[in-house]
Ligand binder design. Structure first.
Ligand SMILES: NC(=O)c1ccc[n+]([C@@H]2O[C@H](COP(=O)([O-])OP(=O)(O)OC[C@H]3O[C@@H](n4cnc5c(N)ncnc54)[C@H](O)[C@@H]3O)[C@@H](O)[C@H]2O)c1
Length: 393
């Protein structure tokens, strides 16, 4: 598997690279990988767990995957140091290429010194050509692009430039940078070059009608949006229990606190908005009605990459009696995300090898806001993934 990671030096990206290299060297077991479950027997005949990494970044471009991983490790100590040192020689050799930060909002100012292609004075066409050429140099038949960059603000949809691929090309030719966000340019570069694309973030990525059209034309599989790894995973696994027992949820409050870069970026209102929508919309889709809900995300520096979610559920039972349920999720974001990144890449490559293309909606299991799918219940999503896999095999 050759994973081209957008946001290469972030904590999810570097933890994925450490994990991938460590699996290949036999330093760790495969706990956390969905694709290793018995239901997906045979996937290794199509996609082996051998790894190469590369990607785009907008900061610390004189570093490498090891120095970036080490920086995150020093702050978080989120796994055994022997694992990191065990893959040092592999990761030290990998450097990210300079990317674009177009329309990424005020949140990324938190990183300090940003280095981007547009700051070098490149036009939209030149930016896209550089992204494409970086991906092409890395690309072979086993390559996938995964977006792991900071969450962008919600983009304003333009009928003129985002609806069709001709419109999108016109936007690039006319250098209309104000209509282009970084995530859509990376997605475009990948899909145009026949590379499967996964969007682990709530950013727009390949969700534009223009890029869906391009994916169908070029027969490229893609999937997204926003990895379902923590509070939303618990929420969409638990909410069906109330549904199955015909209990009425009258209110659900989820209060999330997190630190680290992701938390800092999400503390900016424009960047936070897309995440809240992604987290908030799941209940109505599962239950068929919208209970009163509060979803909050706040920055809490000392937690670093630990994400704590406090959820309070108020529900009504027989005889109209109201009852309460509380849970606390205390996860380490990159540790729950990294194996899912590998799974998303693996299933996308499997899809490509089995001739599946366009939005792979059966991969809804991995996402908070699955593209072109209303299946939000985790149990149903898992079954859907298994059925799809067995049929495609
Ligand atoms: N469990 C999880 O961690 C989880 C779950 C779902 C979604 N996500 C999403 O995954 C993404 C990555 O999370 P993280 O914790 O690794 O964040 P992070 O802040 O550690 O990493 C993000 C990286 O992206 C880089 N970046 C920002 N804009 C870029 C651009 N336009 N081009 C190239 N690189 C860019 C940053 O410099 C940084 O290195 C976030 O959008 C987050 O919301 C994470």
């Amino acid at each position: 598997m050759k994973l081209w990671l957008i946001g290469a030096y972030g904590i999810v990206s570097t933890t994925t690279a450490v994990g991938g290299a460590a699996i290949e060297k036999g330093l760790i077991d495969k706990t956390g990988l969905v694709s290793e479950l018995p239901q997906f027997d045979g996937i290794a005949d199509y996609v082996k767990l051998n790894f190469k990494f590369g990607g785009h970044e907008i900061r610390d471009l004189n570093g490498n995957f090891y120095s970036a991983a080490h920086m995150h490790w020093k702050k978080n100590k989120h796994y055994d140091t022997d694992i990191l040192e065990g893959v040092k020689s592999e990761l030290e050799k990998i450097k990210a290429e300079k990317g674009t930060a177009l329309m990424c909002g005020t949140g990324i100012e938190e990183f300090g010194n940003i280095e981007s292609l547009e700051e070098d004075g490149l036009s939209l066409r030149e930016i896209v050509e550089k992204l494409e050429s970086d991906m092409r140099k890395f690309k072979d038949n086993e390559t996938v692009v995964i977006n792991l960059a900071s969450t962008e603000p919600i983009h304003k949809f333009s009928k003129e430039y985002h609806e069709t691929i001709d419109g999108f090309e016109t936007m690039i030719d006319e250098d209309r940078k104000e209509f282009a966000t970084a995530s859509m340019l990376y997605a475009y570069a990948a899909i145009k070059n026949g590379i499967p694309y996964g969007n682990f973030t709530p950013s727009v990525g390949s969700s534009l009608p223009a890029l869906k059209e391009l994916a169908l034309e070029n027969k490229v599989p893609h999937a997204g949006n926003d990895g379902k790894t923590g509070e939303t995973l618990v929420k969409t696994t638990l909410a069906p229990m109330f549904l199955y027992r015909n209990l009425k949820i009258v209110g659900w409050m989820g209060y999330n606190i997190l630190g680290d870069f992701d938390g800092k970026v999400l503390s900016h209102k424009d960047n936070k908005e897309s995440k809240i929508i992604s987290k908030d919309s799941v209940l109505e889709k599962i239950l068929g009605y919208a209970p009163y809900s509060i979803t909050e995300i706040e920055y809490f520096p000392s937690l670093v990459d630990n994400k704590t979610a406090f959820d309070f559920i108020h529900f009504k039972g027989f005889l109209g009696t109201k009852m309460k349920f509380y849970f606390v999720w205390d996860g380490i974001d990159a540790i729950v995300a990294a194996p899912i990144v590998i799974d998303i890449a693996r299933f996308l490559l499997f899809a490509k090898k089995r001739g599946k293309y366009g939005v792979i909606k059966e991969m809804a299991f991995f996402f908070k806001s699955p593209m072109e799918s209303n299946v939000i219940n985790t149990h149903e999503q898992f079954q859907q993934l298994v059925n799809w896999y067995r049929e495609a095999l």
